[in-house]
Design a protein around this ligand. Structure first.
Ligand SMILES: NC(=O)C1=CN([C@@H]2O[C@H](COP(=O)(O)OP(=O)(O)OC[C@H]3O[C@@H](n4cnc5c(N)ncnc54)[C@H](OP(=O)(O)O)[C@@H]3O)[C@@H](O)[C@H]2O)[C@@H](O)CC1
Ligand SMILES: [K+]
Length: 512
């Protein structure tokens, strides 16, 4: 089965969900969860240290601080020089943290109320155990000063559960925020680790489930995206098939000056195995051919919309917002085919309640691919509001328009009309460049043309698009300068690697 090759999609819980899991896991847990968390974090700390050295553990007033005391105890027992700075009052610690504090003292530890200066040669590791999922407001005063000092240490910086100052639900920095090189999070993933500022603040992310099966204790509202979610679609093609078996993908866009967007999308659709790819341009000086991709067929946009038998349309790349563009969007929504709306198609929908109503009443849910500014227009809000709670924004769009939605950006959020959501972790900032979104539309059009349903196609396309960007950047050592047209061949390679296992994955024939 192909699914055995892929890691299962791990659950993601906002703070309220993590609290529900904890409440069910805590009673009678042996060893206590905090002991498990601290031991797991200490094991990672020892790997980061890779030898003797001095460690600074900064502990806060809640249970995140308690984790820090457990880490300190293990590292001291391992022979390291450990200094604990404690910003709270022992008498006010919650019960588990109070026990961890007492155990630290019993094992010969002490605490300092201020951050001590680094030893000669500097710290070998700093551990942020100031605040976890209990952060309520921006850090100020002494805590802000501590964060600035910790961030300035030129050594590995390990955050426990979540970097202090990062909002666990939204991934927003609430003022000063620990800049971790590594984060070890406990029990389950939180959205804030994976989206918006989270990936920048977390560094390398490690999840330690500490023997808690979260999904057995409370349903998860969200999941990460892995190919396990669409593995059932990743079977090799039947030998007895032909191009008609893989559908026609049609790209509609390319107003004057923006023809390249539609071509980028068309090329991506061709690379992802649509049976035929047709590009319908608004520009009256229509290209007769893409010389570098002569597989693409060109039509005028109205002609293509009227063509029978097209399995999937992607409308929007380079579309513009002219009256002609509105007519095309209106007609496309009314078609029974699979439908992707992107870019200016979304802006036209945002301006027109009639188009919104038509979209919400389609027999097959459409797929919408807004970036945060387009999402703000669709929701009648601001980009800042969208980014303040990306999951809520994606779910609102999906619910209101009865569509599958990806809210693009760092940690893209996919949401379905029923309120479930997924977060994607592939991709990188070199992809923040013109034309990249057009490639996503093309990948989507191809998968939809091949007969995938909207949800599977969107989850796969979003993940694949990011992987392709990662692959090109890794191969060429790019931080910037990625060209959108480089993505499609890389996406083709990643997709085919999912479908055709490498020899190492193939079942071994028993030997005599
Ligand atoms: N429970 C368990 O089983 C397990 C829990 N685990 C660990 O516990 C962590 C959650 O612990 P937690 O709930 O105690 O919250 P935590 O993040 O330590 O902070 C709360 C304290 O901070 C304070 N405070 C908040 N914001 C502030 C601000 N801006 N500036 C100043 N103060 C501020 C707040 O005070 P208040 O807002 O009430 O004034 C309160 O005193 C979790 O992330 C994980 O690491 C693991 O061991 C696994 C098992
Ligand atoms: K922390």
């Amino acid at each position: 089965m192909p699914s055995a090759r892929f890691a299962p999609a791990r659950p993601i819980y906002p703070v309220a969900g993590i609290r529900a899991v904890e409440a069910r896991a805590l009673p009678g847990a042996v060893p206590p969860l905090m002991e498990r968390a601290g031991a797991a974090a200490a094991a990672l700390a020892l790997r980061l240290l890779d030898g003797p050295g001095s460690v600074l553990v900064a502990c806060g007033p809640g249970n995140n601080g308690g984790d820090g005391f457990v880490v300190a105890r293990h590292l001291k027992a391992a022979g390291l020089r450990v200094v604990v700075a404690f910003a709270g009052e022992p008498a006010k610690l919650p019960a588990d943290a109070s026990a961890a504090h007492a155990a630290w003292l019993e094992h010969g530890g002490s605490t300092s109320a201020e951050l001590p200066p680094p030893p000669p040669g500097g710290w070998n590791l700093v551990v942020d155990a100031l605040f976890g999922i209990g952060l309520q407001r921006p850090l100020e005063g002494r805590y802000a000063g501590w964060i600035a000092t910790l961030n300035a240490q030129p050594c590995p910086r390990l955050a426990l559960d979540i970097p202090s100052g990062l909002d666990a639900d939204s991934g927003r920095r609430l003022g000063p925020c620990f800049a971790a090189s590594h984060t070890v999070s406990f029990i389950a993933l939180k959205p804030g680790l994976l989206t918006l500022d989270g990936p920048d603040q977390c560094g390398e992310l490690h999840l330690q489930e500490i023997d808690v099966d979260a999904e057995a204790l409370a349903p998860a509202p969200g999941h990460e995206i892995t190919p396990a979610l669409f593995a059932g679609r990743l079977a090799p093609r039947a030998r007895n098939s032909h191009k008609g078996s893989y559908g026609d993908a049609a790209l509609i866009g390319g107003a004057p000056g923006m023809v390249g967007a539609a071509i980028l999308a068309g090329r991506a659709a061709a690379n992802l195995g649509a049976g035929r790819v047709l590009v319908g341009l608004l520009d009256p000086a229509t290209l007769p051919v893409d010389i570098l991709r002569p597989e693409l067929m060109f039509r005028s946009a109205p002609e293509l919309l009227a063509e029978a038998g097209i399995a999937a349309f992607a409308v929007g790349p380079g579309l513009g917002q002219s009256d002609a563009a509105w007519t095309l969007v209106h007609a496309a929504i009314a078609l029974p085919a699979q439908l992707v709306l992107d870019a200016d198609a979304l802006n036209l929908v945002a301006r027109d309640p009639g188009l919104q109503a038509a979209l919400a009443h389609r027999s097959r849910p459409a797929v919408l691919t807004p970036h945060p500014a387009e999402a703000a227009r669709l929701l009648g809000s601001t980009t800042a509001d969208v980014q303040a709670d990306r999951i809520a924004a994606a779910c609102r769009m999906a619910g209101q328009l009865k569509a599958w939605v990806v809210l693009k950006g760092c940690g893209s959020i996919v949401a379905n009309p029923d309120g479930h959501w997924w977060i994607n972790s592939s991709g990188n900032p070199a992809m923040a460049t013109a034309g990249i979104g057009d490639v996503l539309s093309g990948i989507l059009a191809a998968l939809l043309a091949r007969g995938w349903d909207a949800g599977e196609a969107l989850l796969a396309a979003v993940h694949l698009h990011g992987l392709a960007g990662d692959r090109v950047c890794a191969a060429q050592g790019l931080d910037s300068g990625l060209l959108a047209d480089e993505l499609a061949p890389a996406a083709r390679a990643c997709f085919n690697a999912w479908v055709v296992p490498s020899p190492a994955d193939a079942p071994q024939r028993p030997t005599e």
